[in-house]
Design a protein around this ligand. Structure first.
Ligand SMILES: *Cc1c(COP(=O)(O)O)cnc(C)c1O
Length: 218
C-alpha cells in the first residue's frame, strides 16, 4: 500500500514539486517500504524520534524536521539534518547557527510563517520574519532556503486557498527583496494530505504528506 500511495502521489504532483513523506509515528519498517521505491525525503516532528530513525536507517535519507524545535535540542540534529522547516524565532536561529559553526556545516532552514486562524499553529508573523531577514548576516552558518506555512484545518477551501496565496505573495516579495543574489532561497513548503492540491496551485514547491502515504497515525 505505502509504495502504491507514494507512486500515485508522485504521478499527481507536478515534477517540480518536492514530496516530503511525513513518517512521524510510523515504524521504521514503513519508511523502509517507501525507501525501496527510491524515495529519499522523509519528515519527522520530534527530535528524539528523528534521531533514532536517522541512526538505524540508511544514511542517504534526507531528513526534514517539521515540528517545533526546542533550542536545547538543535545540537542533536545539526550534524545530519537536510532541512529544518520550523524556525519560528530569532533565538532558535541563533542557536542553530552556533551549533552549525561548531562543526562547520551550513544548515538549510525555512522560516515558519503563521498563516492560519488557529491558536494551535506556530510561526512568525510577516513582521517578525522581516526583522530576522534584516539581520541575516549575523547567521553565516544558516542557509535561508525559503518559507513554510500550515493552513487552517477547515473544509472551507476558499479560506485555505487564501492563506496559501498570501504566503506565496510574501515568499516572492522577500525573495526579490533579500535574495536576488542567493539562488538557495527557493523553497515554499506548503500543503499536506488534505490540501496539497490547493497549495500547488498557489505556488508550493514542496509538499509534506503523511497520512495519504502511510495511513492514519495512532
Ligand atoms: C504531520 C504533519 C504533516 C503531514 O500531515 P498529513 O495530514 O498526515 O499529511 C505535514 N506538516 C507538518 C508540519 C506536520 O506536522
Amino acid at each position: 500500500m505505502i509504495a502504491e500511495n507514494l507512486l500515485s502521489l508522485k504521478k499527481n504532483i507536478l515534477a517540480k514539486v518536492t514530496l516530503v513523506a511525513v513518517s512521524k509515528f510510523h515504524p521504521e519498517s514503513s519508511i523502509s517500504e517507501a525507501y525501496q521505491t527510491g524515495h529519499r525525503a522523509f519528515g519527522e516532528n520530534r527530535v528524539q524520534e528523528l534521531v533514532s530513525k536517522y541512526e538505524s536507517l540508511p544514511k542517504d535519507i534526507e531528513w526534514h524536521l517539521l515540528g517545533t524545535l526546542q533550542r536545547n535540542k538543535a545540537k542533536y540534529i545539526v550534524p545530519f539534518i537536510h532541512l529544518i522547516h520550523s524556525v519560528d524565532s530569532e533565538s532558535l536561529l541563533a542557536e542553530i547557527n552556533k551549533e552549525a559553526q561548531k562543526i562547520g556545516r551550513k544548515i538549510n532552514v525555512l522560516l515558519q510563517i503563521y498563516i492560519a486562524k488557529e491558536e494551535s499553529k506556530h510561526g512568525l508573523s510577516e513582521e517578525e520574519a522581516l526583522d530576522i531577514l534584516n539581520k541575516k548576516k549575523q547567521f553565516p552558518f544558516i542557509q535561508f532556503s525559503g518559507l513554510m506555512g500550515m493552513a487552517t484545518n477547515t473544509e472551507n477551501q476558499a479560506v485555505v486557498r487564501n492563506e496559501f496565496k498570501g504566503l506565496s505573495i510574501f515568499f516572492n516579495k522577500i525573495k526579490n527583496a533579500y535574495f536576488q543574489d542567493d539562488s538557495g532561497f527557493k523553497i515554499l513548503s506548503m500543503g499536506m494530505s488534505g490540501d496539497y492540491e490547493l497549495a500547488i496551485e498557489e505556488g508550493s514547491t514542496m509538499v509534506r504528506i503523511g497520512s495519504a502515504i502511510f495511513g492514519n497515525r495512532n
